[in-house]
Design a protein. Sequence first.
Length: 139
Amino acid sequence: MAALITLLAGVSAGLQFRFQNNWPFIAMGVGTGVITFFGLLILCQSGEERWKISGESMRTAMAGAIVVEYLTLVGTLAFFVQGQMPPIAQTMLTGFTSVVGIVIAFYFGASAFVQVQREKRDERKAKDEEKTADQNPTV
């Protein structure tokens, strides 16, 4: 996945310098998001239930794609935009920084919530099994 994104970034930078146009960077942004989302969705699959999309794998893929997209945007604006940054780019960067902060907070918050709920469920299940074993003693 990292090799594909690096290859895409290199090709986009080369095309941008060749044609003196920003369309390669637009293609790179879209391509990076798609590659990251589907790559992480595939990597999060468990061995026994292949191609079953769970809420956890979807959250991971979405959060990862947004963070990688943000890093791509920042890297492109920092290293490839020559001269004064256009106002739309500054607005995009400010807005996307807020979105990434919110996504990361919700990702870790949701992961913690899911883990706590799973632990509570396991404790309840253990208590229920213990009650059942106490009510039905084996001889």
